[in-house]
Ligand binder design. Structure first.
Ligand code: SAM
Length: 620
């Protein structure tokens, strides 16, 4: 996997290099260019001149950015995220924010922060032109603002807008002036919010923050608050869009990955946005053909509408199963159809509750009845990060000193029945006292590590004080020896196994130990459906229906104290066969859920985790 990802990145880099010459105009246009003219790059762009102080200590914030770095950066971001929106989804988002012929008035201002090929922009302009036929004297120039930092793309969009205006009877001069006033070849994340949008629409770029070219990342980090400059670019766009839509009632309608609403990285941004915005509509469109072209989009997309104003506004929530269903859900949202309580996060911890009301109510009821894992003596810890698997993970015929090779477990070693097969070892470079091993005491291990020395020395965890062969995390003998429950960090359904002790867990696994619950009983009840229940609502989703069961998710799981259970219930939990799958009745009894509606919701939710094709959204 890593090899493929690296080679993809290398491919991208070399393609970007090949495009340098062709894209040289981007440099000037990133500052801002008039319509359809050839640009000469200025000596040093102002890209990196942000005034904020360093938040992450990169130290490169105010360094002038080399022109080619910028050209390469724009090319790399554009290539990564140029996935355009299909016409059905565009129409729906424009309707949801009220950019309709009936909804537009002379004060309306539409922003498209990353217009790409104009998928949103051109239909939005078409609606504005229709509106203007009844309002011929309105000044259209200030009514639209669009950004796109890829020069070739923006050139094409300008031509299309021009053609659209000419087709609708505007003379060449007017068409040219309107186009120029509407479209900017500029980096939206660095732009000054000098436009007060009433509506913002688009499909903001989705790119993991760590993949954004470093020079651009530094410039963004200098301009944006820490809460927004992390996770993925989409979060930064949402944040910046709110700066461009400062007035009460302004709406932001984005087709974007819903990860920012669930993941820990979005926590502070969510809390801040919740204070100023209501989450009006959230319709999941996972797996629907809402994008143009055949390019596969791994992120779980949703149509999300935020409105500046009261935060506890009722949310219209749904899971669309087809484009027709998406249209129905959107129509019901705009026509005052069924509202659901807000799905913004209910506490400072945890993500938004992206589930139908019955499921959210169920989780609320469970949270009122049972504390979180930490409060019942269950510790959740991530496994051991090694920092170069090639050097530290060994096959059975490893040839190093036996007391230096510890059995190793990765996600793929766990099975759904609760067992595991351990076939690899990890090279232990730590002493029992916690110090780094003197390699002269283990010559075979030393020879093996020497063979990987060059790459080992390049790692960020190496201080240069002779610790080139350290693993990122220390290996604690007591943690290795301890019996523990192991949960795969990424899986379609919770994959949970029991290690009686002696294994090193990889950092793709989460380890649970307990001072209150007997581990076998804890394992049984977790496998009876508790982890899947919480995962269904709070886990971030990835392509292929994979969910993340990381520390952030697991720490939201609720459980009563073992000591608070009746003897009969304890016996039932202990008797639950962990290999037999979910037991909704046992889970409902554990939480003391008496209402049949709650018990039915629990049963259906657990059933839906077994069959990805079952959509609870159909039952709203
Ligand atoms: C996902 S595409 C979406 C395009 C269009 N909004 C749509 O829905 O079809 C994102 C576009 O944003 C542009 N982009 C990425 N980062 C940008 C930035 N910081 N400023 C302006 N444009 C950016 C990319 O070049 C790409 O064309």
């Amino acid at each position: 996997m890593i090899g493929r990802a690296q080679s993809r990145r290398a491919d991208r880099r070399s393609r970007a290099l090949r495009h340098r010459r062709g894209r040289a105009t981007s440099i000037a246009m990133a500052i801002q260019a008039p319509i359809l003219t050839e640009q000469v790059p200025p000596p040093i762009p102002v890209f990196g001149s942000a005034n904020g102080s360093s938040k992450h200590g990169t130290g490169s914030r105010n360094r002038p950015i080399n022109s080619l770095e910028l050209v390469d950066g724009i090319a790399a971001v554009h290539e990564h995220c140029a996935v355009y929106t299909g016409p059905e989804a565009v129409d729906i988002v424009l309707d949801l924010v009220g950019w309709t012929v009936d909804g537009i008035d002379a004060n309306a201002r539409l922003l498209e922060p990353a217009c790409g090929d104009g998928s949103f922009l051109l239909p939005a302009i078409a609606r504005l032109i229709d509106w203007s036929s009844a309002n011929p004297y309105a000044d259209l120039a200030p009514m639209i603002r669009a950004y796109e930092f890829d020069a070739r793309t923006i050139d094409q969009v300008r031509r299309k807008i021009n053609a659209l205006l000419r087709d609708h009877g505007r003379d060449a001069k007017t068409a040219c002036e309107l186009t120029e006033s509407w479209v900017r070849c500029e980096d939206f994340l660095l732009a000054t919010p000098d436009f007060a949008a009433t509506q913002v629409v688009g499909n903001p770029p989705y790119m993991r923050w760590s993949l954004v070219p470093p020079t651009m990342r530094s410039a963004y980090e200098a301009k944006l608050p820490v809460a927004a400059a992390r996770g993925d670019l989409c979060l930064a766009f949402i944040w910046k869009a709110t700066e461009f839509a400062p007035n009460f009632g302004s709406r932001i309608g984005f087709l974007c990955a819903d990860r920012w609403l669930r993941c820990a990285y979005g926590q502070n941004a969510r809390a801040a946005l919740k204070a100023s915005h209501g989450l009006k509509t959230h319709i999941e469109v996972h797996g629907l053909p809402v994008f143009k072209g055949a390019r596969k989009v791994g992120a779980y997309a949703a149509v999300t509408v935020l409105e500046r104003g009261t935060s506890d506004v009722a949310t219209r929530f749904g899971k669309a199963t087809s484009l027709t269903h998406l249209r129905e859900l959107a129509t019901s949202a705009t026509s005052g159809g069924r509202k659901h309580p807000t799905i913004w996060q209910t506490s400072s911890k945890g993500g938004a509750r992206l589930a139908v009301p019955a499921v959210r109510a169920l989780l609320d009821a469970i949270e009122r009845k049972a504390p979180c894992l930490a409060e019942v003596g269950v510790a959740v810890r991530c496994g051991t990060a090694l920092g170069l698997a090639k050097a530290f993970v060994l096959d059975a015929d490893h040839g190093i000193e036996h007391d230096r090779a510890l059995p190793y477990l990765r996600s793929r070693d766990l099975d759904d029945a609760g067992g595991f097969v351990s076939s690899t070892y990890v090279a232990n470079v730590w002493t029992a006292e916690g110090g780094l091993l003197d390699l002269s005491s283990a010559p075979a291990l030393a020879a093996h590590l020497e063979g990987n020395r060059e790459r080992l020395e390049q790692r960020a965890c190496v201080s240069g004080n002779g610790d080139w062969y350290r693993t990122i995390d220390k290996l604690h003998p007591d943690r290795v020896a301890a019996p523990k429950i192991l949960i795969a960090g990424m899986a379609q359904r919770a994959r949970i196994s029991f290690d009686p002790g002696g294994h090193v867990a990889s950092n793709a696994l989460y380890c649970l130990t307990s001072t209150d619950w007997p581990l076998q009983a804890l394992m049984a009840i977790l496998k009876a459906g508790i982890v899947d229940l919480f995962g269904e609502v709070v886990s971030p989703r990835f392509s292929g229906g994979t969910k993340r069961f990381d520390g952030n998710v697991l720490r939201q799981v609720r459980l009563p104290k073992w000591s608070s259970l009746s003897t009969a219930l304890r016996r039932r939990v202990e008797a639950h066969d962990a290999t037999s799958g979910h037991d909704p009745v046992l889970v409902a009894d554990l939480y003391g859920l008496r209402s049949s509606a709650q018990r039915t919701t629990l049963e259906r939710t657990l059933a839906s985790t077994l069959d990805a094709s079952t959509s609870l959204g159909n039952r709203t």
